[in-house]
Every structure is written in structure tokens, then in C-alpha cells.
Design a protein around this ligand. Structure first.
Ligand code: CA
Ligand code: CA
Ligand code: CA
Length: 252
């Protein structure tokens, strides 16, 4: 199933943040169709790759017995954190405010990387958050998710720089998904940015997996622009005032 999701409060969000208009495209697959999902992804991710994270370089927490300490987790695509949830289900490791890098497929979550084994697991938290950045501008984010909305309430939504996309309502029509279902997500940010705030929000106790996160750019990657110092507008204003005063003196 392919779908495009529109942001509900998007006009208001634009007014508040000055952010570009983002859009989210979403595709759903059964766990048996990873190869097809990768083929579809290759057709979508045709822009320049700015950064990629497959979670294969981190030490995994094995099975369900380890202790997570992966918040914050610094990666090639930015810093991951979690939003703690109220429910810690059967797949949860304590402390349950951590996300985990797992390497043993279980509970319907699994690796999607070719020749890989690991993924970032939500550990039943309410959200996985990404402060996306890679030292270079980007205008798209894409990734695979596993095992969303197969237990508890059917509620999953994505925040992109203050714009909210209600996947459960607009794509799932409020219907529960199958254990282990696979989802391909691509977010167009609407313009180049040096950083982007992404949150994947779910019903607590409904764990999910995230893997193969890619930041892309429709133009060849280069260094992010140096931010204008807060003092520069003041300085320019001051220079303008001096010029104006000079003109006044001449006129007088
Ligand atoms: Ca992986
Ligand atoms: Ca599951
Ligand atoms: Ca789940």
C-alpha cells in the first residue's frame, strides 16, 4: 500500500516556526517483502546521499536481558533520544527510558540492512526522536520502520519540525497492523536545512524498530551555511543610522 500523508496543523506550524512545508510518503509491506521494499526505496532515494546510519557499528543489547544506555545516541545522521512512556511491555528492557540497539529479531522488529543484523529499538517508549544533522544541508529523510501499531491502541504519528502527520488515521484508517509489518517512509522537507527535528510517536508498550536512516539532498552536498550572528542585524542597522545621520548633516 502506498500513500501520501498531509500535515494536519501544517499552516499553523508554518506560521509558528517559519519552517518549510514538509510532506511524507508511506508504503506498507508484510515482513516477507523486504526485497520489494528495498527495490521501491531505490526508486525513491534518487537524490544525493548526505548521511546514512544502519546501526551496525554500535554494541547491541542482546535479546531482552541487557541494560540499555543509548540515549542520547550519536550517529551519522544526528542524535537520537527517546520520550519515556508509561507502559513497559514484554519486550521492554529496564530502564525503559532508553532506546536499544538490538541484533536478535524478536517481537516483530528486525534489521533491514543488507548483510547487517542491528536496528534501533524503541524499547516501548512513547517516541524515538532524531535531531537530524550531518554537517551538510539536506532536504529529505528516509528510513525503514518495523512492527508499528500491532498491539494496544492504533496510534502512530510523525512530527517534522512542528508539522504533524497522523499515520494511524490517514494511512491505517485506525486498523491494527500485523506483527512484523515493514514500512518505508520518505519525508521531503520542502527545502534545504542544516538540521531537522523528527519524532516518531507511538502508543507506549507498542515497540517498534528503526533502521537504515538516510539524509538526502536534491543538490550536491556542501557545507552548511554559517549562521548569521545575532549581532549582525544590529551592526547593519547601526551603519544605516550613521549613513542617515551623515546625509542629514550634508543636507543641513
Ligand atoms: Ca541495520
Ligand atoms: Ca510485534
Ligand atoms: Ca509493535
Amino acid at each position: 500500500m502506498f500513500g501520501k500523508v498531509t500535515a494536519a496543523a501544517f499552516a499553523a506550524a508554518l506560521l509558528c516556526t517559519g519552517a518549510n512545508a514538509a510532506s511524507v510518503s508511506w508504503s506498507s509491506y508484510s515482513s516477507a517483502n523486504l526485497a520489494q521494499a528495498k527495490t521501491d526505496r531505490a526508486a525513491l532515494d534518487v537524490d544525493f546521499q548526505v548521511a546514512f546510519e544502519d546501526f551496525e557499528s554500535f554494541s547491541p543489547v542482546l535479546g531482552n536481558t541487557g541494560t540499555g544506555s543509548f540515549t542520547p545516541l550519536n550517529t551519522a545522521v544526528g542524535v537520537f533520544t527517546t520520550t519515556p512512556g508509561a507502559t513497559c511491555g514484554g519486550s521492554c528492557n529496564q530502564p525503559n527510558d532508553q532506546s536499544l540497539v538490538r541484533n536478535a529479531s524478536s517481537f516483530g522488529r528486525y534489521n533491514t540492512t543488507d548483510s547487517g543484523a542491528q536496528w534501533l529499538d524503541s524499547n516501548d517508549n512513547a517516541a524515538i526522536n532524531l535531531a537530524g544533522s550531518a554537517g551538510s544541508n539536506f532536504d529529505s529523510i528516509s528510513f525503514f520502520l518495523t512492527d508499528i501499531d500491532d498491539v494496544g491502541l492504533v496510534t502512530f504519528n510523525i512530527d517534522v519540525d512542528g508539522q504533524n502527520f497522523d499515520i494511524a488515521a490517514d494511512i491505517f484508517n485506525g486498523l491494527k497492523q500485523q506483527n512484523g509489518d515493514l514500512f518505508l517512509v520518505r519525508i521531503e522537507l520542502g527545502g534545504p536545512v542544516a538540521s531537522s527535528a523528527l519524532s516518531l510517536n507511538i502508543d507506549t508498550g507498542d515497540g517498534f524498530g528503526l533502521d537504515d536512516v538516510r539524509l538526502g539532498s536534491s543538490t550536491a552536498p556542501g557545507p552548511s551555511p554559517v549562521p548569521v550572528p545575532a549581532s549582525l542585524p544590529l551592526l547593519l542597522g547601526g551603519l544605516g543610522a550613521i549613513a542617515w545621520a551623515k546625509r542629514r548633516r550634508k543636507a543641513a
